[in-house]
Design a protein around this ligand. Structure first.
Ligand code: ATP
Ligand code: MG
Length: 335
C-alpha cells in the first residue's frame, strides 16, 4: 500500500470526530484545514448547518473545492448533525417550538391560523400601492418586540428596505399605540437600505453576523419589497432566467435564516395584471414560480373604502383560502 492509499484509508476510518454538540466546528470536518475553513467562513459558512444545507456547487465555488471534496464535507456535516427522517410525531413536537407575531388585527391573525405570522416560515403580502404591505411590515416590526404573552417574541428585527420607504416616525407612532417606548422600539429595529439586488442579497447573508457576533435576538426579518430592485435591474425577456436564478438564491438565504435561527420572514411584493385572465381579478404577484414555491403563506392585500383593507390568504400548507377585513389608521393595523 502506498502512502496516499494509507492516508485515504485513515481519512475514511477517522471521519467522525469524537466531539459532541457545540464543540464541533467546521475544522472538524474531513478535508477542512485552516485554509479551507477560512475560505468557508469568509463565504458565510461558519457552522455545520450552513454547510449541510448548501448545494455542492455553492460550496465548491466558496472554497475552491473539487466536487468530491465538496460532497465529502457536506455529507460529513449532515452525518454530524444527524439529519435523518423524523417521524410525523417528532415533527409535531418540533412545530410546538414555532413562535408567532401578532398583526394587531384578530381577523388578520385568524386568517394566518390564529396567532399571526409564524417563525420558521416565509410570509408574503402582495398588492397594489397603498394596499398596506409596508404598514403590515411596520406593525410586525413593532409587535415582534412585545412580550410573548402579548403576541410578540420579545425580539429584535431586521428591516431590509429596498424602496426607501421605511419611516422611523411611523414606527414611533405605531410603537406608542402598542404601548412600547418609541425610542426603544427604534433601537431594536436594524435597518439597511439596499441599493441593488446584489446588495439586497448580501444584506440577507449578513444577518447571521448580527445574531452570532453581535448577539442580537433577531426573530423577524423583513424585506420590503422583495422584487423591486430585481424588477428594475432585469428588464426584458432575455434576462429573466438570470433574474430568477438570483432570486432563487436570495430566497434560499432567507429560508435558511428562518430554519437556522427559528425566525419569521416577512416580505412584501408587487403585482402585475395577468393578460390571460378575463374573469375575476387579473392581479397577480410578480416573481414567478420561484417565489410562489418559496412563500409558506401568500396573502393578497386590497385597499377598500377609507382605512379598510382586505387580506386574502392565497396559499398556505394547511389553511383554507379565505378573506379577512382589517384597517390601517394612525395607530397602525387594527380590526
Ligand atoms: N400615519 C398614518 N396614519 C394613517 N394612515 C396611514 C399612515 N401612514 C400610512 N397610512 C395608510 O397606509 C397607506 C400606505 O400603505 P403602505 O405604505 O403599506 O402601502 P404599500 O402597500 O406598501 O404600497 P407601495 O406599493 O406603494 O409600497 C396610506 O395610503 C394610508 O392609507
Ligand atoms: Mg410599501
Amino acid at each position: 500500500m502506498n502512502e496516499e492509499d494509507m492516508l485515504e484509508e485513515f481519512d475514511e476510518t477517522d471521519e467522525t470526530p469524537k466531539k459532541h454538540g457545540d464543540d464541533i466546528t467546521i475544522e472538524d470536518l474531513p478535508g477542512v484545514g485552516p485554509k479551507t475553513a477560512e475560505k468557508l467562513v469568509d463565504a458565510g459558512f461558519n457552522d455545520l448547518m450552513s454547510i449541510a444545507v448548501t448545494p455542492v456547487g455553492d460550496l465548491m465555488a466558496a472554497a475552491d473545492l473539487t466536487d468530491s471534496a465538496g460532497r465529502k464535507i457536506i455529507n460529513a456535516a449532515r452525518k454530524l448533525l444527524e439529519m435523518n427522517f423524523m417521524s410525523a410525531e417528532e415533527m409535531k413536537e418540533k412545530r410546538k417550538s414555532v413562535g408567532f407575531i401578532t398583526t394587531s388585527s384578530e381577523n388578520f391573525d385568524n386568517l394566518l391560523g390564529g396567532k399571526g405570522v409564524e417563525t420558521q416560515a416565509l410570509t408574503e403580502c402582495y398588492g397594489k400601492f397603498a394596499s398596506g404591505k409596508s404598514q403590515v411590515g411596520f406593525q410586525l416590526a413593532v409587535n415582534a418586540q412585545l412580550p410573548i404573552k402579548k403576541g410578540g417574541l420579545d425580539a429584535d428585527v431586521v428591516f431590509i428596505d429596498t424602496e426607501g420607504t421605511f419611516r422611523p416616525e411611523r414606527i414611533e407612532q405605531i410603537a406608542e399605540a402598542a404601548g412600547i417606548d418609541p425610542e426603544k422600539a427604534l433601537k431594536r429595529i436594524h435597518i439597511a437600505r439596499a441599493f441593488s439586488s446584489d446588495h439586497q442579497m448580501l444584506l440577507a447573508e449578513k444577518v447571521p453576523e448580527l445574531i452570532e457576533q453581535e448577539g442580537k435576538n433577531v426573530k423577524l426579518v423583513i424585506v420590503d419589497s422583495l422584487m423591486g430592485l430585481f424588477r428594475s435591474e432585469f428588464i426584458g425577456r432575455g434576462t429573466l432566467a438570470t433574474r430568477q436564478q438570483k432570486l432563487n438564491k436570495h430566497l434560499h438565504t432567507l429560508q435558511r435564516l428562518a430554519d437556522r435561527f427559528q425566525l419569521a420572514i416577512y416580505i412584501t411584493n408587487q403585482v402585475m395584471a395577468r393578460p390571460d385572465i378575463f374573469f375575476g381579478d387579473p392581479t397577480t404577484a410578480v416573481g414567478g414560480h420561484v417565489l410562489a414555491h418559496a412563500a409558506t403563506f401568500r396573502v393578497y392585500l386590497r385597499k377598500s373604502k377609507g382605512t379598510k383593507r382586505i387580506a386574502r390568504l392565497v396559499d398556505s400548507p394547511s389553511l383554507p383560502e379565505s378573506e379577512a377585513v382589517f384597517t390601517v389608521d394612525t395607530c397602525g393595523v387594527r380590526d
